[in-house]
Design a protein around this ligand. Structure first.
Ligand code: FE2
Ligand code: FE2
Length: 245
């Protein structure tokens, strides 16, 4: 069942509470009263169409409206992707790290196992941060600049050269997924830590890791299948514009 603009936002949460962090990413917070999706979006000055497409791709994995999403402006997509990065780095990662430290320094597991978990998670954090920094510092600014130049309908040669020195193809080729290591981390907990009397903390960590993995997967899919084609189209437009000069 897809989420529509006339549904009550409260019912959306009752239907799929996993959407809460995604909804928050649009700066929308709880306290929906009986307002519809459309009204809540208007209250927060959020583009309802874009909100619905993103929420539905997350809610229903078989729903991936390539065409619909590709009609949005790159900058709109980028601000969503940036807020997602922000959520990972300032909320999700610290939360998981806190649970992992709690487990590692408890008397539930051997200190050597605790150290293994901490080291593994730290190297994962470094990998994720490097991945995000490259997007935030290199790729997204390039896309925003491209969009800005195209909106002016004219381009100076110097700026054109600067833009032509990079291509989204480079990003497409280098863009690796950041979920693989999470699978290994889950397996350390699922398979290799000795059984404990009470698994609740491990269960909590696993639950968070599965949720985070799903979120990353969706995020990467949006970058590869939506952002890249939008930018490829923009690069073609730039080439056309330069031909006219
Ligand atoms: Fe990203
Ligand atoms: Fe990425």
């Amino acid at each position: 069942m897809l989420i529509t603009r006339t549904m009550k936002m409260a019912d959306v949460i009752h239907l799929d509470h996993h959407l809460l962090p995604i909804i928050n990413r649009f700066t929308i917070q709880l306290g929906f009263e009986d307002k519809t999706v459309e009204t809540v979006c208007a209250d927060y000055e959020v583009n309802t169409e874009f909100f619905l497409e993103i929420i539905n791709t997350y809610h229903d994995l078989s729903y991936f409206p390539l065409q619909n999403l590709q009609r949005f402006k790159a900058s709109l997509l980028i601000s969503y992707l940036q807020r997602t990065h922000q959520y990972y780095l300032t909320s999700k990662i610290p939360e998981i790290e806190q649970f992992i430290n709690q487990l590692a320094f408890s008397n539930k597991i051997e200190p050597a196992h605790g150290k293994l978990l901490i080291d593994f998670f730290q190297s994962y954090q470094t990998e994720l941060t490097t991945h995000i920094n490259r997007e935030e510092q290199k790729v997204y600014p390039y896309v925003k600049r491209l969009e800005e130049i195209l909106s002016k309908k004219s381009v100076k040669q110097q700026i054109a050269n600067e833009l032509l020195s990079y291509s989204i193809l480079q990003y497409e080729q280098e863009h690796e997924d950041v979920e693989a290591k999470l699978y290994d981390l889950k397996n350390i907990i699922i398979k290799y830590l000795p059984p404990q009397k009470d698994s609740s903390l491990c269960n909590k960590i696993l639950h968070d890791l599965f949720e985070f993995e799903r979120d990353l997967n969706n995020h990467g899919r949006i970058e590869n299948l939506i952002l890249v084609p939008i930018v490829e189209k923009m690069e073609k437009e730039l080439a056309q514009l330069l031909k006219k000069h």
